[in-house]
Write a new protein. Sequence first.
Length: 381
Amino acid sequence: MTVPFSFSLKARDGSARSAVIETQRGNIRTPAFMPVGTQATVKAMFTEDVAATGADILLGNTYHLMLRPGAERIAKLGGLHSFMRWDKPILTDSGGYQVMSLAKLRKVTEEGVTFRSHLDGNRVCLTPKRAVEVQCLLGADIQMALDECTPFPVSREEARVSLDLSMRWAERSKAAFEGMSAPGQALFGIVQGSTYPDMREDSAKTLVGIGFPGYAVGGLAVGEGQKTMFDTLDVTVPFLPEDKPRYLMGVGTPLDILGAVARGVDMFDCVMPTRSGRHGQAFTWGGRLNLRNAQYAEDLSPLDPESACPAAQYSRAYLHHLVKAGEMLGSMLVSYANVQFYQELMARTRAAIGDGSFSAFAEDVHRRYAGPQGLGNEGEA
């Protein structure tokens, strides 16, 4: 029997909340961080190891997968879950962000976006209907309406035109989804409006009027800085339903995530854990470490003695050597440790919300990450 998509609040601590999203492929405990599996792989990690970190859900990329190997081919091979041997929920983005950031010679019209593939230059058209069709072919449990993500900064006039277009696309995405989706799947709308409070309010109210089982906040972590991001969340989240999940797209660092949780956000994704891992940057319970630094060359202490991750038990000296030598095992181990850290951060966040100690927990993490080795919003999505 198909399990319907549902969202159940379990605890609150101020505006921070923990909940369970029930899907046909299992429950998602929130606040949740989704490792990014852009091309049906979380880079430098075995699928089994991603599951072992405690991740309940991962993210797949519509744009990349529709270009290679192709949505129809993945469907023919049994769908994305079977293809990558992941039996838990998958969320797919709409592809709109990558069209704007990667595609060549793109043209935006009322119908959709026409662009040249960054792989071979072929002409491709992505409409709201096609974006939903691709996600349904992939078999994603949570799908995203097609939207246009504006750069930062952007003028009020440009932001308004783009926002209105995205809202019309949201209506068309929902209509397409209702005709194509399988039982138990869900489609989220995406709030846009750059950093203009009135537009964020308009967008949220419009999407709630259309009606979605969940709502994403897009167009942030694109260079606006952490304070502006938080200010924008402050004027956006209050207009989103209490009984539906809220997803902040493309965010982010530990401090970004905790700041957004404090404002009532439930779901996150970012390439940062694996991208940083491939460059020797480790997220640990002692702060952020740059393993390329000479200070670790003879440091026999574990990467992160507080972590339960097997990769975090290798010595800093060994990982320093692997990173400096360009050995792929270094990327694999640090990426594994980083993804595990993010899942442990989410688990401790959920526990802190449950026992009413979220503020104290967030302050503790802030002390660990706000110093010279910490970081705030870098705009990496």
